[in-house]
Write a protein that binds this ligand. Structure first.
Ligand code: UDX
Length: 485
């Protein structure tokens, strides 16, 4: 029997103000809407405006017949603030001071004109693990709360073990030996070196604000009603078992990119031609360009939505990639080369494109999921962000990893050593190494093909009827309905 309107579950989803978590949480939001739930998706005002400017999101959400609501909250920073990755902890602190009182008003029904049949009151919150303070608000208002960690679960497990590494004296590193083996992480014996730990482990964890936030996040996970992860059992089963010991109610429902597509197809709904959740306008001209390239010959290069590079690093990549003689599609975000002014960006790309038009294309932002899934793509030079990694796994495309921060160091180690899906270029940025790795990934693709094809197939099975992620999503939806009564 259907719930009467006021009992229809209404989930408030609150992602971190970064492209990747917004992407994954929007996919979850759409999956919940497809299951008949109401969802309010809360972005920061800054990112909300970017989404509206760069995508067709409103018309796309029409298909959910009024069950999908987009809302925004100010992050407390002036409009002109650049909101760079380096300022991330500042952004979070500023957002907290506004979001705490804002959410109290939301949950007490003073905002969003709730309590009507068009939008019932919020009955459950799903928020990023770094918003652990929202738990206090939710508990006070008696609203169930579920965490969603959008980073790689293998790294989440490493985060959970950091207190133990400090206790056993493995952290801080002895003598700064980055190649020393890390011993105290169950399930990762013989796998991780100090250089594969999250970047803050190279600093003083006790004094580092980023490390402090992560420790708070980990401490609060057991307080929530559940923990959602964007992964699938066949990829990270052993780590999920370990995480389970600290977070008993786990939902591994990924890869969400594929899960949403599969559900839409099962309901015979067509994906609109351009599905974009991007903060930058996607340049789809690359898809025609890719159509004219031979199968599996193009290396796709992108360092995600946050990473900036120095001019020297740019030059090493440029020479390495050009000297490799391979075809390439390279995303260089406006403002992502340090010291280069935004107004110089278009001319800079124009010049580069003139120089390389025979076998390269350089653009500001592309529809990445479609690009990686294109048959011309033979490899992905990536910063190992978790969404990029999952998108490569879905498409069965091998990777060259150049990790920088958050979960990337751990993820890239697994890509190269555990899943054997590519090469880890960690801690180097040298044109001859880049040249060799780009050649190897394209010309010696068969070294990775078998593992890449196998994992891609397992990803598909996990979201199909009867698959582990499919079952976990059904369980999540059932639990949200129960919690909402
Ligand atoms: C951040 C952290 O850097 C990462 O380590 C963590 O795992 C998640 O949060 P981000 O830098 O945004 O992530 O990288 P990633 O997780 O790879 O996500 C980037 C997203 O942007 C992907 O979904 C990708 O498809 C999309 N993208 C990227 C585009 O749509 N177009 C592009 O041109 C580049």
């Amino acid at each position: 029997m259907d719930h009467p309107d006021e009992l229809v579950p209404h989930v408030l989803i609150f992602p971190l103000p970064i492209q990747s978590p917004v992407n994954s949480m929007l996919k979850l939001a759409e999956l919940l809407c497809l299951a008949g739930l109401h969802v309010t998706f809360l972005n920061t005002k800054h990112n909300h405006n970017r989404l509206l400017r760069c995508t067709n999101i409103h018309s796309r959400l029409d298909q959910y017949q009024g069950r999908f609501h987009l809302e925004n909250v100010d992050d407390g920073l002036p409009d002109e603030d650049p909101r760079t990755a380096e300022q991330f902890t500042e952004i979070l602190d500023s957002l907290q001071s506004v979001a705490e009182p804002f959410l109290t008003e939301v949950l007490s029904g003073e905002r969003f004109s709730c309590n009507s049949s068009k939008r019932p009151p919020v009955t459950c919150i799903i928020a990023d693990g770094l918003y652990y303070y929202v738990l206090d608000v939710a508990e006070e208002m008696g609203i169930p709360f579920i965490f969603f960690e959008t980073i790689s679960p293998c790294c989440l497990w490493v985060y959970m073990c950091i207190p133990k590494l400090i206790e056993t004296g493995e952290l801080p590193f002895k003598g700064n030996d980055l190649d020393a083996e890390v011993k105290s992480i169950p399930g990762m014996e013989g796998l991780l070196r100090c250089r594969d730990l999250p970047d803050f482990c190279r600093r003083d964890c006790k004094a580092d604000r980023g490390a402090q936030l992560v420790m708070e996040e980990i401490r609060n996970i057991p307080r929530a009603a559940g923990l959602i992860l964007n992964t699938f059992e066949a990829l990270e089963g052993p780590f999920l078992s370990h995480i389970h010991s600290q977070a008993p109610n786990l939902y591994a429902i990924g890869p969400l990119q594929l899960h949403l597509k599969t559900k839409l197809a099962a309901q015979s709904r067509e994906l609109p031609a351009a599905v974009s959740n991007s903060f930058w306008v996607e340049d789809a001209s690359c898809l025609c360009w890719l159509d004219s390239q031979p199968l599996k010959t193009v290396i796709y290069i992108s360092f995600g939505s946050l990473k900036n590079i120095t001019k020297d690093e740019f030059l090493e990549f440029w020479h390495g990639i050009v000297n490799s003689g391979q075809r390439f599609l390279w995303v260089i975000r406006p403002g992502s080369i340090n010291g280069q002014k935004l107004e110089q960006h278009d001319d800079f790309l124009k010049e580069l494109n003139e120089d390389t038009k025979e076998r390269g294309l350089i653009l500001s932002w592309v529809p990445q999921e479609e690009v990686i899934g294109h048959p011309a793509i033979g490899g992905f030079l990536t910063h190992s962000g978790w969404n990029s990694t999952l998108e490569s796994i879905i498409a069965g495309v091998p990777m060259i990893c150049w990790p920088c921060y958050v979960d990337q160091q751990v993820t890239s180690r697994l890509v190269s050593e555990t899943w054997t899906l590519g090469l880890d270029m960690k801690d180097t940025c040298n044109r001859s190494i880049i040249e060799k790795m780009v050649r190897d990934i394209i010309e010696r693709r068969c070294d990775f093909d078998q593992c890449a094809d196998k994992l891609s197939k397992l990803a598909r099975q996990s979201v199909a009827a009867g698959g582990s992620s499919h079952i976990d999503l059904d369980r999540l939806i059932g639990d949200i309905k129960k919690l909402s009564l």
